[in-house]
Design a protein around this ligand. Structure first.
Ligand code: URA
Length: 435
C-alpha cells in the first residue's frame, strides 16, 4: 500500500478500504506521510466525497489516534456540540439545565476562531474561573455538580489537530465527510454515552443551506449510532446572531439572564430544544416531558444553582451571578443608530461575527489575544420597527481598534424593508432523530 495509490484511487472516486483509511490516518499523524500528499488526498475527498462507511472508518481511525476517554461520573454522560455560530451561548444554558435534571455533563469545549465564538473564551470572562482542569478534577466536579466545562485534557484526537490545520491551509474545510469525521472523532474520544449535535444553518454558519445541514446532521448521527452512542441532531437558525449579545462577558450575562428566565425568544427556543434533547437521549422521558422538565429547571432556579456550583468548583467568583459589574467592562461604548425608518428584515450574521472579532471579542488568527469585555449588544432585532436615528445597538471594546470605521461598517449589517419583507422566524428548524 502506498499513499500514491490511495490518492489515485480516491481521485478516481473509488472506495477506500478500512485498512487504507487506518494506514493513512496513522501515517499522517506520525509524520510518515507528508503534508503535500495528505493535501492531495484531502482535495480528492472534497471532489469525490466519502461513502458513509468510509466516513465512519475515518472517524474511528481519527478517534483512536489518541486517548479514548471513559468518564467515570457514576451517571449517564451527555455531550452537546454546536457546529459554531455567532452569539451562541447555549452551552452555558443547556449544560446547567441538563445537570439540574439529573444528567451528567462532562463538557470539553474549545476557544473561538474566526467569526464564531468559543465557550472557553466566554467562561474565561468570569474572574478566577479555571478552564484547565486535569481529567480527574474534571470528572470529580461532574460527580459533585453534575457538570464541568473545561478545555481539552490529555491527548485527544491528535489526528484531527494535524488534519484540521492542513484543511484550514488548503481550502479543504468545507467537505461534509471531513467535517463529520473531525467533529465526531472528538465527540467519540471524549467518551459520552449520548451526543446532541446542534447543526447551525445560515449565513453565520458553516452550512449555508438546510439541505447541506441536514446531510451533515444525518451523517453525524449515523456515525455516532454506529459507534454505539446515542445521538441526535437539531438544525437551528444562524441567519442572524443568536440572542441579543455577541462577545464573551456580554454573552455570560445573557446566559445568566436566560437561566433567570429572561432569555430573548430565539435564545430560549434553541436552548430549550437542545436541553430537552439532552434529557431525551438520557432516557428522562418523552420529548414533550423533557421540554417541560427543562422549562421547570429554569423556572425553579435549579439550573442557575448548577451554574453557580460549577463556577465555585472551577474557582470562579459566583458573585458575578448577581453583580455583572464584576465581569470585564468595556472602556469604550459606541452607540449605533438606525440609518432609516422601517422594519429590520435581516442582520448579516457572518459580518457581525467578523466585526465582533475586530472589536477584540474574537480571534482573527489562532494566537491572537481576546478582549473579554468586547462585543455587541443589540437593542433591536429582525422583525422590529425602528425610526431613523433610533438606537439599535451598542459596540463595546477596550482594545485599540478604530471604533469609528468599525461603527460605519457595522451600520451595513442591518437590512431594512417593509413588514412583508420580514422573514418567517424559525429558530429550531428540524430534529434529526437517531437512537
Ligand atoms: N468544527 C470542527 O471541529 N471540525 C470541522 O471540520 C468543522 C467544524
Amino acid at each position: 500500500m502506498t499513499i500514491y495509490e490511495i490518492i489515485t484511487k480516491k481521485k478516481r472516486n473509488a472506495e477506500l478500504t478500512a485498512d487504507e483509511i487506518n494506514w493513512v490516518t496513522a501515517g499522517y499523524t506520525s509524520g510518515s506521510i507528508p503534508d503535500h500528499q495528505m493535501s492531495a488526498l484531502l482535495m480528492a475527498i472534497c471532489f469525490s466525497s466519502l461513502s458513509e462507511r468510509e466516513t465512519s472508518d475515518l472517524t474511528m481511525a481519527m478517534a483512536r489516534s489518541g486517548d479514548m476517554l471513559k468518564p467515570d461520573t457514576g451517571g449517564f454522560n451527555v455531550d452537546k456540540h454546536s457546529t459554531g455560530g455567532v452569539g451562541d451561548k447555549t452551552t452555558l444554558i443547556c449544560a446547567p439545565i441538563a445537570a439540574a435534571c439529573g444528567v451528567c455533563v462532562p463538557k470539553m469545549s474549545g476557544r473561538g476562531l474566526g467569526h464564531t465564538g468559543g465557550t472557553i473564551d466566554k467562561l474565561s470572562a468570569i474572574p478566577g474561573f479555571r478552564t484547565d482542569l486535569g481529567y480527574d478534577e474534571f470528572i470529580g466536579n461532574v460527580r459533585k455538580a453534575g457538570l464541568a466545562i473545561s478545555g481539552q485534557t490529555g491527548e485527544l484526537v491528535p489526528a484531527d489537530k494535524k488534519i484540521y490545520a492542513l484543511r484550514d491551509a488548503t481550502a479543504t474545510v468545507d467537505s461534509i465527510p471531513l467535517i463529520c469525521s473531525s467533529i465526531m472523532s472528538k465527540k467519540l474520544a471524549s467518551g459520552a454515552d449520548g451526543i446532541v449535535l446542534d447543526v447551525k444553518v445560515g449565513d453565520g454558519a458553516f452550512m449555508k443551506t438546510i439541505s447541506e445541514a441536514e446531510k451533515l446532521a444525518e451523517m453525524m448521527v449515523r456515525v455516532g449510532n454506529k459507534a454505539g452512542r446515542k445521538c441526535t441532531a437539531i438544525l437551528t437558525d444562524m441567519s442572524k446572531p443568536l440572542g441579543k449579545t455577541v462577545g464573551n462577558a456580554l454573552e455570560v450575562i445573557e446566559a445568566i439572564e436566560a437561566l433567570k428566565g429572561n432569555a430573548p425568544k430565539d435564545l430560549h427556543e434553541v436552548s430549550a430544544a437542545i436541553a430537552a434533547e439532552m434529557l431525551f437521549i438520557a432516557g428522562k422521558g418523552s420529548r414533550e416531558e423533557c421540554i417541560s422538565m427543562s422549562e421547570k429547571a429554569i423556572a425553579d432556579g435549579s439550573a442557575l444553582e448548577r451554574l453557580r456550583e460549577m463556577i465555585i468548583l472551577q474557582c470562579g467568583d459566583p458573585k458575578v451571578i448577581e453583580n455583572y459589574e464584576l465581569l470585564p467592562q468595556a472602556k469604550v461604548k459606541r452607540e449605533i443608530f438606525a440609518e432609516k425608518s422601517g422594519y429590520i428584515c435581516g442582520i448579516s450574521c457572518e459580518e457581525t461575527g467578523i466585526i465582533s472579532a475586530k472589536l477584540g471579542a474574537g480571534r482573527l488568527s489562532k494566537e491572537a489575544a481576546v478582549d473579554l469585555s468586547a462585543g455587541i449588544v443589540f437593542d433591536k432585532t429582525v422583525g422590529d420597527h425602528v425610526e431613523k436615528g433610533e438606537r439599535i445597538a451598542v459596540l463595546h471594546t477596550s482594545s485599540d481598534c478604530d471604533i469609528e470605521s468599525i461603527a460605519e461598517e457595522f451600520g451595513k449589517v442591518f437590512h431594512y424593508g417593509e413588514k412583508n419583507d420580514i422573514p418567517e422566524e424559525k429558530n429550531v428548524i428540524k430534529t434529526v432523530k437517531g437512537y
